[in-house]
Write a protein that binds this ligand. Structure first.
Ligand code: FAD
Length: 454
């Protein structure tokens, strides 16, 4: 397999093991055929959330007979990228004032509503396909101790509610002492509350992939694409892989933080960023045998202290465990993380950050009474963009090539419906603006000029 010292991002061997991937699905290292197909109608590169969702929408929406042939190539195991390493938090967010100033409230509101729409869409998908993945709808708390951040929360929310009054039913900002009381987080004075969900991402996307493979998608794991080639006279794009060449009429780059490895025009446009997550085991109380929970509900989730130089995100799992990630306030200032695609090692400055975390932040946790142990820690590679927006649609100037990448560590409430829209472009030939994907997500030539300075 290709190595991390190369000048462009590629998935590295011996990645850290995330909690979510401790019990691999039978498809984890699956190859549908012993040899690599040499030719296909549609090639998808990357078997994470974006690649699998694209395959799923392709097979469930295609009415053509025979259906198009689809090959899905994955450099490592399925969901071994960000999808199998994330925080499991499905939390619709809102674009911040810089984006409102730059693009206008209407374009930003489109994103807000699109993300909220993922709550129902994901729930329906999971129910329809009967996938057991611990999907839990619950309340989310975004909490802060900083008065300026409270004002910021009220201001941002106020702007969206002024434009779309129905949002007042979905979002509230609780302030003062009540914020600590309702969230259970020590010393906070602001608590932005709304509906969120959490789930086991690996189980969901492995389950969807199983449906795809049963319906004919040719999955080839441990098959890194090494190079994109040109287009031949029959209109097929050529790709060099570790196991031979593949030609495809249409190709979808679902390679997130690694995209620039195959599409050089995305160098510093979508940059890899290394991030950290942990799993905490909470010992049941000796008194009643119950596991301590935080906040006003068994399942509530948290974003802790944004945006003061970074934040942490936390979910409480149905089995009593906690998945918490972030710690970027420990390393963000020195810029480490951005430009790093090595998920085989941890992040040095963040070492020890999550030890004693629950006791440090939550009033329900009492030193000496409760016990918490960080039993697993891992890293993962996100795809970041300087404008904080993903790139979705046709790759500029390359007919038949499509991209769905650059989710800025926030793909859960974005990718499912984006991939649905992308498939409408691929199969029905729709223009980007004819899909429901927010305008600001469009992959354009202009946005290729918006680069990080690394
Ligand atoms: C630590 C961490 C915590 C996160 N927490 C959250 C969260 O709580 N909520 C949330 O909304 N989002 C979160 N995210 C972000 C979320 O996981 C991503 O936005 C989402 O999973 C992106 O999916 P993807 O399919 O685009 O990318 P990936 O899952 O990274 O998939 C890309 C795939 O492409 C493959 N690939 C790359 N290059 C090649 C190549 N040359 N040949 C073949 N295959 C290739 C990779 O191996 C990989 O499997 C987190 C991310 C991380 C890393």
């Amino acid at each position: 397999m290709t190595q991390s010292h190369l000048p462009f991002p590629v998935p590295v061997p011996n990645a850290t093991i995330p909690f979510w991937r401790t019990n691999p699905h039978p498809l984890d290292t699956h190859r549908s055929t012993a040899s690599l197909p040499q030719k296909t109608d549609i090639l998808i590169i990357g078997a994470g959330y974006a690649g699998i969702s694209t395959a799923y929408h392709l097979i469930t929406s295609s009415s053509s007979s025979p259906p198009p042939s689809i090959v899905l190539l994955e450099a490592r195991e399925i969901c071994s990228g960000a999808t199998g390493r994330n925080g499991g938090h499905l939390r619709p967010s809102v674009p911040f004032p810089e984006l409102i100033e730059k693009y206008g409230i209407a374009a930003c509101l489109e994103i807000v509503l699109f993300e909220i729409a993922h709550m129902d869409a994901m729930k329906s998908l999971i129910e329809k396909e009967g996938i057991v993945c611990d999907f839990t709808l619950t309340g989310g708390h975004t909490v802060t101790k900083d008065p300026a951040t409270v004002e910021f929360m009220k201001d941002v929310l106020g702007r969206y509610i002024a434009e779309c009054p129905d949002l007042a039913e979905d979002y509230t900002v609780v302030v003062g002492e009540e914020a600590e009381k309702q969230s259970g987080v020590k010393g906070v004075i602001g608590d932005w509350q709304h509906e969120v969900a959490h789930l086991w991402p690996y189980k969901l996307f492995a389950g969807l992939l199983e449906i795809c493979v049963k319906r004919g998608v040719n999955l080839q794991t441990n098959t890194a694409v090494l190079k994109s080639g040109g287009r031949d006279e029959e209109g097929y794009w050529g790709f060099e892989t570790e196991r031979g060449d593949v030609r495809a009429k249409k190709v979808v780059f679902a390679t997130n933080g690694y995209t620039a490895g195959l599409l050089p025009e995305y160098k510093d446009v979508i940059a890899p960023r290394k991030a950290l997550c942990t799993h905490i085991v909470v010992k049941p109380s000796a008194e009643d045998g119950k596991v301590k929970r935080m906040g006003n509900g068994w399942d509530s989730t948290y974003i802790i202290e944004p945006p003061l130089g970074g934040f942490d995100y936390l979910i409480q799992r149905p089995d009593g465990g906690v998945v918490v990630g972030g710690a970027n306030r420990t390393y963000k200032e020195d810029g480490s993380g951005l430009g790093d695609w090595d998920d085989s090692s941890m992040i040095k400055p963040a070492e020890g950050y999550f030890e004693g975390y629950l006791e440090r932040y939550f009033s329900t946790f009492k030193k000496g009474e409760d016990e918490e142990t960080v039993d697993m820690a891992w890293t993962g590679i996100q795809g970041h963009t300087p404008d904080s927006l993903p790139h979705i649609g046709a790759v500029p100037g390359k007919e038949g090539q499509f991209i769905i990448a650059g989710f800025n560590g926030h793909g859960m409430p974005v990718i499912h419906l984006s991939s649905k829209g992308l498939v409408e472009m691929i199969v029905e030939g729709k223009k980007f603006e004819e899909t429901r994907i927010p305008k600001l997500y469009e992959a354009t030539k202009e946005r290729l000029g918006v680069k990080f300075v690394l």
